[in-house]
Design a protein. Structure first.
Length: 322
């Protein structure tokens, strides 16, 4: 092999090796193309519909928002999966070292105990996703269920003193759960599952006051859609004369709030049912975990003007109201 005088690869050879290892620059890699095809594959849609209905019908009550992570401000599932993943990875490290059988078995057991709550939170979030994300999420869940089964068999083998078999099953489980984790990353970072879909508003809304129409253009008690520059907003005029303005695209999955129901000082997203308080955009019910950007209002003559309210101010108002 061609080498420089110092013994390292020459630049030409290094470039050729990189071209062989990396996907072509003119398109997505093979793995990404496969996952993209999975997003478009309708073969499991009937199964998805059945599971979604079952998850939505589960009698979780207030626990549903707890599992969504509304109290945390973002989905709680990614936080919860750190425990089983961390313990299983640690068990694999101990399996590679002599004299740590009991510690590795304990870690496998702790991971199994933590997997159930993490899965419950994941299914709760999954049921409120668009179909393309649910298709990827179903395979993500199937990989994780397979990994749990492998780790359960690993734990049982270790309990019976079959350490070699337990280690082999543990390493197999770690491989499968890694595939599930990669699909979870695709859901979070490529498909924006669980992301705040209204976060961009603060970055594209210009400072200052903006006219959105004459006050008479807004009927009492009904949401009307207008624009502040590039941002769509929802305007609601109340009986007493107060006017509330929120960003129109829901923070959960960008549903059009102006098409939702307005009642009891709140608006309900027509897509997944998140409920936001009109006065300050606070998310009073999930699956949305982030509040809705809200706007200050004033009437100049007969013209309604709005100005983006700082998120910290909305949070302070919500805390006082609570």
């Amino acid at each position: 092999m061609e080498r420089s005088l110092t013994g390292s690869l020459t630049p030409r050879r290094a470039a050729e090796a990189a071209r062989r290892l990396l996907p072509p620059s003119d398109g997505p890699g093979r793995v990404l193309r496969s996952v993209d095809r999975l997003e478009r594959w309708p073969g499991a849609d009937r199964l998805i519909g059945g599971i979604r209905a079952a998850v939505r019908a589960a009698p979780l009550g207030a626990g549903r928002d707890l599992l969504h992570g509304r109290w945390l401000g973002h989905p709680v599932h990614p936080l919860m999966v750190q425990l089983p993943l961390g313990t299983w990875l640690s068990a694999a490290v101990l399996d590679a070292l002599p004299g740590h059988r009991r510690g590795a078995r304990t870690l496998v057991g702790v991971g199994l105990a933590a997997a159930g709550p993490a899965a419950l939170a994941g299914w709760t979030d999954w049921a409120e996703l668009p179909r393309e994300q649910q298709r990827v999420g179903l395979v993500h869940a199937a990989a994780n269920v397979t990994a749990v089964a492998l780790y359960a068999a690993s734990y049982a083998a270790r309990r019976r003193g079959r350490a070699g078999r337990g280690k082999a099953l543990g390493f197999a489980g770690l491989s499968v759960v890694s595939v599930g984790g990669a699909l979870g990353g695709h859901l979070a970072y490529r498909q924006a599952s669980g992301a705040n879909h209204a976060e961009y508003v603060a970055h594209v809304t210009e400072a200052g006051w903006h006219a959105v129409g004459n006050l008479g253009d807004f009927p009492v008690g009904r949401a009307v859609r207008r624009h502040v520059g590039e941002v769509a907003v929802m305007v609601v005029r109340e009986d007493g004369g107060a006017v509330h303005v929120l960003a129109d695209r829901c923070s959960h999955m960008a549903g059009p709030l102006s098409e939702g129901d307005v009642e009891d000082g709140c608006v309900r997203c027509p897509w997944h049912g998140s409920v936001f308080r009109l006065a300050d955009g606070w998310n009073v019910r999930g699956p949305a975990t982030a509040p809705q950007p809200s706007f200050d209002t004033r009437v100049v003559g007969d013209r309604l003007e709005v100005r983006l309210r700082h998120l910290a101010e909305a949070g302070d108002d919500a805390g006082e109201a609570a």
